[in-house]
Design a protein around this ligand. Sequence first.
Ligand SMILES: Cc1cc2nc3c(=O)[nH]c(=O)nc-3n(C[C@H](O)[C@H](O)[C@H](O)COP(=O)(O)OP(=O)(O)OC[C@H]3O[C@@H](n4cnc5c(N)ncnc54)[C@H](O)[C@@H]3O)c2cc1C
Length: 90
Amino acid sequence: MAGASRPIVDDGWVDSSRQVGLTGRITRPVLYLAAGISGASQHMAGCSAAKTIAAINTDKDAAIFRYARYGVVGDCVAILTELTKAAKGG
Ligand SMILES: Cc1cc2nc3c(=O)[nH]c(=O)nc-3n(C[C@H](O)[C@H](O)[C@H](O)COP(=O)(O)OP(=O)(O)OC[C@H]3O[C@@H](n4cnc5c(N)ncnc54)[C@H](O)[C@@H]3O)c2cc1C
């Protein structure tokens, strides 16, 4: 299931029912893939109970990497495009 941080919800990209965090939903998934998420405490309140957190962020010093078991420094759009291709077998 896809969730989002507050700025994305506030900008109207995603419905508020999908906001993860202090003022959103608390999630406990097996895998939380945080793409372009800074790791602000108010967001992490909604996902830090995930079994595994994997993060993609262009900023190597982003707070999310303190929570993530797996981390990739880079552009999440490019990396997710490659991951999707690989998952489809090509
Ligand atoms: C009372 C209160 C309650 C709040 N409740 C919530 C809540 O419930 N949920 C919530 O999410 N927030 C909440 N917030 C807001 C919270 O403090 C943060 O502002 C918010 O979580 C930041 O969201 P973000 O990480 O998506 O955005 P940003 O802080 O803008 O960070 C974007 C991140 O993406 C990275 N990035 C940019 N472009 C790329 C790219 N192409 N590829 C990879 N990485 C990229 C940047 O390096 C940065 O780390 C609350 C704040 C307050 C004061």
